[in-house]
Design a protein around this ligand. Sequence first.
Ligand code: ADP
Ligand code: GLC
Length: 485
Amino acid sequence: MSSLSILFATSEMAPWVKTGGLGDVAAALPAALRKAGHDIRVLLPAYPALKQAFPTATTVAELPAFAPGLPISRLLAAQAGKLELLLLDCPELYDRPGNPYLDVTGHDWPDNARRFGLLSRVAARLGQPDSPLGWQPDIVHANDWQTALAPAYLHYQGGAASVVTVHNIAFQGCFGRDMLAALGLPEHAWRFDGVEYHDQLSFLKAGLQLASQISTVSPTYAREVQDEHFGYGLAPLLRHRSAELRGILNGVDTDLWNPATDPALVTGYAANRLAAKRANKAALQTEMGLEVTADRPLFGVISRLTSQKGLDLLLTVAEGLPELPAQLVVLGSGDKLMEAGFVELAKRFPGQIVVKIGFDEGLAHRIEAGADCFVMPSRFEPCGLNQMYSLRYGTPPIVRATGGLADTVVDVCEDTLADKSANGFVLDGDTPHALWLTIEHVCRTWQDKKLWQRIQQNGMRRDFSWTHAANEYVALYRDAIATRA
Ligand code: ADP
Ligand code: GLC
């Protein structure tokens, strides 16, 4: 089959700008599609980190002010390995310290509508027949609300077929009606079947309404978002568009997340060389100031600390861990109350519970390798990458049966042990008590070293590469082109 040209539009991309899993996906999926022979370019804002990383990026287009609320900008091209990046340079909007979405005090940048309106507008502009690059993609692939207005521009102004992928429906990008004209959308777009949503301009709703095809990042989440409880108000629209909605499970970058070759670890290991994982546990205990012991299971957490991730359940029961006995290491940041709760907990149990508030890529790798069990009791989880990293690192996860967690983690029981699929532990319910019972179950199971090793190996041997997902995206793109036609 013929190869496709694809514009992948994103608001973050690892390793340069990453606040969560979208950054990982924006690096790995385009690379997998490139490897499969497709002509893919990644569009993202020229944040300071990217300008520093690519000082020789060249200007490939000067862009006009597209609308009263949008400044002039330009496109820089940079080569990241085999991938071509298009950096949207507009210092007024993107040359800022810190997080792409939040100011230093943790509040949304007040001009986010313009910042991501411009990103969406440029994505759509490149998808038009007279694209200023002289290169026109067959597909504009938008990701989450920050680029979800691109399908709306393409719908009203003409151009390529479009796809929007929902990585997290809880974030929708809703702004006042005044932004309609400011962002250059036509007056007639203000309709229930246009960009309007409860008298606001909703970027994500616009994309879900007007994209040629829609995807979410796991099959279970694709079903869940059609349900009121998970859909954050958009369930009726997604039910209406269910024929164009599918779930494609994320992969993981198996080069970056490979316990055999990971440069962040003291020693590599593999499914048939698991003994070396112990040295990583001792090294992690030393690094974090935990008592160095092989006799207690060590639970690990790496997460945004938000109610989505269900870590309040852990906070409620964690004081029982040292008694069990078990240890806990937490790496995360987010909700200030939750951060304070974990810090307080660590103070009470020095040597047994340790917490690091912040974002630390290397430490994240060492926790995956050094912990015995990973805790991720999310209330909802569109896909989740950390449980997959854990499975690859022989660190069976504890999860709730939701979204991508349900699609990747198989609870340990007689049947699943027999068919070699058992690879983790699934909570029965969503209460602190349910988590506690599972933690006790894990501790008992961990004592049986042979059984534990079987569970580790089942997880480590599963294929989480991007190859399969990349093929599914190509099918989605072809359907989008057919839908558009
Ligand atoms: P989400 O995108 O909802 O935060 P995912 O599991 O999909 O959840 O992806 C989270 C990504 O961010 C993973 O790569 C994880 O290792 C990383 N991550 C989250 N918090 C931290 C942190 N405090 N330090 C380092 N990496 C983190
Ligand atoms: C979002 C979701 C997470 C998913 C990631 C990448 O941040 O919360 O579950 O893995 O996007 O698709």
